[in-house]
Design a binder for this molecule. Structure first.
Ligand code: URA
Length: 189
């Protein structure tokens, strides 16, 4: 079947991301990470930024945070093949530092917001404060999590980033709660 215009544009964006030099992060990256998954997915997951293994492979959430993401997804009945997974920023920040405002603004205005429009998912899951703050303008994950937020005619769900569990063990239970909410909402789509 011929590729739709939207799929072609998503491919084109991915190709642009791979050679992007619009912000300083390109200088230290190995591979940019445009995102993986079905262009027809009803659910899109957006994390923060690639880590070491993502930078080495060019794929999102393949390191330790990704393995934990797979683990919590298991409980939802959803599988990666049902989703489109990407990040707010497509290149790894040095030493996994938090991406800077210029990096976030450049990457979202050139790539992420268009990816969301083209994929047109029914539900967007924002994992961590970088994604939640940029996409919804919320103050914190804690304030925004636990319920569906309608924004520009689309459903959003904010959750703790799966990696939070590696330095705040107490938040592991909250990550599980966030994915339990995802499970309930996914059933309604
Ligand atoms: N953390 C993220 O936010 N994204 C990845 O792809 C990996 C770790």
């Amino acid at each position: 079947m011929a590729k739709s215009k939207k799929a072609k544009r998503l491919d084109e964006l991915a190709a642009q991301i791979r050679v992007c030099t619009l912000c300083p992060l390109h200088e230290s990256r190995t591979l940019a990470v445009p995102g993986d998954g079905k262009y027809t997915a009803k659910i899109m997951i957006i994390g923060e930024a690639p880590g070491k293994e993502e930078d080495e492979t060019g794929h999102p959430f393949v390191g330790s945070a990704g393995r934990y993401l797979d683990h919590v997804l298991e409980g939802t009945g959803l599988d990666r093949s049902d989703l489109f997974i990407t990040n707010t920023v497509k290149c790894r920040p040095p030493k996994n530092r938090t991406p800077k405002r210029l990096e976030v603004d450049t990457c979202t205005s050139n790539y992420l917001f268009e990816q969301i429009e083209l994929l047109n998912p029914k539900l967007v899951v924002l994992l961590g404060s970088v994604a939640a703050k940029k996409v919804l303008g919320v103050k914190s994950v804690n304030e925004a999590r636990g319920h569906i937020i309608m924004h520009e005619g689309r459903k959003f769900l904010v959750g703790y980033h799966p990696a939070v569990r590696f330095y705040r063990e107490d938040l592991g239970a909250k990550v599980k709660e966030d994915f339990a909410l995802l499970k309930r909402e996914a059933k309604k789509l």
